[in-house]
Structures are given as C-alpha cells and as structure tokens.
Design a protein around this ligand. Structure first.
Ligand code: PRP
Ligand code: ZN
Ligand code: MG
Length: 226
C-alpha cells in the first residue's frame, strides 16, 4: 500500500509532445513550483500539488500503484494499460477524469512509401514494430489477421530501415516523424487526445479536496481556451 500523503502528486511527461502543454496548463491553474536539483520533481509552492516528470508510458502504473494521484497522459497510453491488465486478468483501476481537448493524435499503421495498401489482410505474417502491442493485438484480432508484433519502447519509426520490422504501428501527430523515415500512414486503429487520468476511486488523506480544487481550476482554464 502507498504511504499516506497530504500533498497531491501529478505525473507529467518529462519530454515529448504532452509535457510542455501539460505544465502550461497546470501553471494556468495558478500552480507555481520549485524544481528539484535533477529537475524531475517540481515542488508546488502556491498549492500542495507536486509534479513528477516521468516517461508517459509509466504514468498509468504510477497511478495504479498510488505513487501518483493524477496524470496528464494520452488516452493511447491509458488504453494500452487497460488492455494489458485485462490480458493479465486484472480489472481496470484507472479512469479518465477529464478530456483536455488537445494533444490529438492517432495510432496508425504505416508502411514504406511506394508500397501499395490493399487493407489489413496484407499484414498477415508481417513484423509490425510498435510500443502498443495490446492495442495493436486487439485490432489485429478484430480484423482476423495474424502478424508478429515487434515491441520497441522508442524509435519505432526506424525499425523498417534497420530490417527489424516490415511495417510500424505508431502514434502520429503532425506526421513529421513518419515522413522523415519514409513511412506512410494507411489506417488508424485508435484516436487519442490528452486526458487527466486518475484512479477509479476517491483519493485519501485529504487529497480528494485538493484534486477537486485543481479540477475546478482546470475546467475554468480549459473553457477559457475554447
Ligand atoms: C509520438 C511518436 C512519435 C511522435 C510523432 O511520441 O512516438 O515519436 O509522437 O509525432 P509527429 O507525427 O508530430 O512527428 P510521443 O510524443 O507520444 O512520445 P514518446 O514516443 O516518447 O512516448
Ligand atoms: Zn511513450
Ligand atoms: Mg516518440
């Protein structure tokens, strides 16, 4: 069980697409902070809310384990976590507390430029590099296709050039990363945006009240942007 805490802890991506906008959003809620020496922990000064900077893929696990209370994360990461738990026979323990309306991206299958795309059946027997094996696996099953996922935690887009995979299944935001690697998205398997993730139960030790205050300010800040 997690240690009792009377300060709210929010997990944010340390680098990548969602990190800076997430910190800006929290700053627009009136949060100010002091950085730790290693810059991975932001100690909240104006409110008892601290920020932990981590890999986005680690955010669901940190919340599920009670190490963090909330997280700003792409729905894609949350969906993958749910499917992974489901595959292990464990129930979901997280839910989306808010949808933020930014950070839109798609999880797409992409193939080498110049190759023809005739549909999912064409992927049968191919090696598909991805960081989202569960989400990809569900889509392959739904389409009755048997392929070989190659799980990579980063630089998925260079796997075909390295001869490590035939195609990829990766996140696409502007499309720049795929283009730069000679890959073309051909089909979307999940639509995503930034969300506030949290546990599917109330927080303890007074942290729910702090979270409610933060969410009220967040709702105000999100409305102001619309
Ligand atoms: C995703 C994906 C690509 C990039 C694509 O990474 O893995 O690296 O975004 O964006 P683009 O279409 O605008 O080029 P993400 O920011 O989710 O971080 P991570 O890969 O480090 O988890
Ligand atoms: Zn990631
Ligand atoms: Mg990336």
């Amino acid at each position: 069980p997690a240690q009792p805490r009377d300060r709210l802890r929010v997990a944010v991506q340390k680098s990548g697409r969602l990190g800076d906008p997430a910190r800006e959003l929290l700053a627009s809620c009136g949060l100010t902070w002091r950085e730790s020496r290693d810059r991975l922990f932001l100690y909240g000064e104006s409110l008892p809310i601290d920020i932990l900077l981590v890999r986005d893929d680690d955010i669901p696990g940190l919340i599920a384990d009670g190490v963090c209370d909330l997280g700003v994360v792409g729905r894609n990461v949350l969906v993958e976590h749910h499917l992974e738990r489901g595959a292990a026979g464990r129930p979901a323990s997280l839910r989306e507390w808010r949808q933020l309306g930014w950070g839109a991206c798609r999880l797409d299958v992409a193939i080498p430029e110049g190759d023809e795309w005739t549909g999912p059946a064409q992927l049968a027997g191919l090696r598909i590099a991805t960081s989202y094996p569960q989400t990809l696996g569900r889509w392959l099953r739904e389409n009755g296709v048997e392929a070989h996922p190659v799980v990579l935690n980063g630089s998925v887009e260079i796997a075909p050039r390295l001869g490590q995979a035939d195609v990829v299944c990766d996140l696409v935001s502007t499309g720049g990363t795929l283009r730069a690697n000679g890959l073309v998205p051909v089909t979307t398997i999940l639509e995503s945006e930034a969300v506030i993730a949290g546990p599917d139960h109330h927080l303890e030790d007074g942290r729910q009240e702090i979270a409610d205050l933060l969410l009220r300010r967040l709702d105000g800040a999100v409305q102001l942007r619309e």
